[in-house]
Design a protein around this ligand. Structure first.
Ligand code: SF4
Length: 69
């Protein structure tokens, strides 16, 4: 799973960073930015799903990794 954050929607509450700092960091203005390319390690996928559900503005999106070909 990869996560992305829509900066037009993120209000910078930082809940995702509080919940899952391994996946989300905050930029200088306090808005969330996925670390690296947004890939979520398998062991953190459940936490990422919770962070997505907990975001007050529903600014976090996830996409499944493409199936290996
Ligand atoms: S929880 Fe949502 S609104 Fe808050 S910083 Fe994360 S993406 Fe932005």
């Amino acid at each position: 799973v990869k996560v992305s954050v829509d900066h037009d929607i993120c209000a910078g509450f930082g809940l995702c960073n509080d919940a899952l700092p391994e996946v989300f960091e905050l930029d200088d203005l306090g808005f969330s930015v996925p670390r690296g390319d947004g890939s979520v390690p398998a062991q953190l996928e459940a936490g990422a799903a919770e962070a997505i559900a907990a975001c007050p503005t529903h600014a976090i999106f996830s996409e499944r990794d493409p199936a290996p070909s």
